[in-house]
Write a protein that binds this ligand. Structure first.
Ligand code: ADP
Ligand code: 5GP
Length: 208
């Protein structure tokens, strides 16, 4: 068959892309990710490791890898984490090996990170494209309603999460895309549109 494209040019769809979903606690990151996974079998979610205790509905290996402080220290000593951050007294980190394995197999990876982790992944020089998506609720009042409605934090922890949210919102300019999660299915469709567009970007051999 005659080659149509010039040498060294393809589309991103043949290479794995890392989509980092960030945004304040309660914005709906986990909900959006669950919606995306249900609709696109090419996407895979890489759970973070964390020392935070599991919430009632959370499953080890699906939502997070729940580790002891010693197990987390061990991963750090091994250099197994692409980045890590402390959030509300617990540590959270990204398993480098798992992310790279999926990307090398041409799968697109979804990651759920706070803002410092998201930008660190972009800077890490993974060798694959990294797309930063910031999810926000339609209003501040709705953010408060959602994080309270989830019922997973006491009032002190909730207040602290809202304080962190303000500093995170200030860093929106460092992101590639901004998605308002007003109605969940609409927000999922917006992120799907981003994923489709990124897969169609022109890729040049050797560049990430
Ligand atoms: P995050 O992962 O960003 O902390 P979650 O996905 O856990 O946020 O969502 C926080 C709460 O808000 C959950 O109770 C979830 O069911 C709810 N939620 C998420 N998206 C929406 C939406 N579009 N409309 C109303 N409630 C939502
Ligand atoms: P939660 O306790 O609500 O699950 O998560 C708290 C915050 O930690 C969220 O903003 C979430 O995106 C972030 N987070 C989860 N995993 C990681 C990770 O591996 N690295 C970083 N930097 N943040 C993470």
């Amino acid at each position: 068959m005659r080659e149509l494209l010039p040498a060294g040019v393809g589309v991103q769809g043949q290479r794995g892309i890392a989509f980092v979903i960030a945004g304040p606690s309660g914005a709906g990151k986990s909900s959006v990710i669950a919606g995306l996974l249900a609709r696109d079998p090419r996407l895979v979610f890489c759970p973070s490791v964390t020392t935070r205790p599991p919430r009632p509905q959370e499953v080890h290996g699906r939502d997070y890898y729940f580790l002891s402080e010693a197990q987390f220290d061990e991963l750090l000593a091994q250099g197994a984490l692409l980045e890590w951050a402390e959030y509300q007294g617990h540590r959270y980190g990204t398993l480098k090996g798992e992310v790279l394995q999926h990307l090398a197999q041409g799968r697109d990876v979804l990651l759920n990170k706070e803002v410092r982790g998201a930008t660190a992944i972009k800077r890490a020089g993974l060798g694959y494209p990294v797309v930063l998506v910031f999810v926000i609720p339609p209003t501040w009042e709705e953010l408060v309603r959602r994080v309270r409605g989830r019922g997973t934090e006491d009032e002190a922890a909730l207040a602290e999460r809202l304080r962190i949210a303000q500093t995170e919102l200030a860093r929106i300019p460092e992101f590639d895309y901004l998605v308002v999660n007003d109605e969940l299915s609409a927000a999922v469709a917006r992120v799907e549109a981003i994923i489709q567009a990124e897969r169609l970007r022109i890729a040049r051999c050797g560049s990430a």
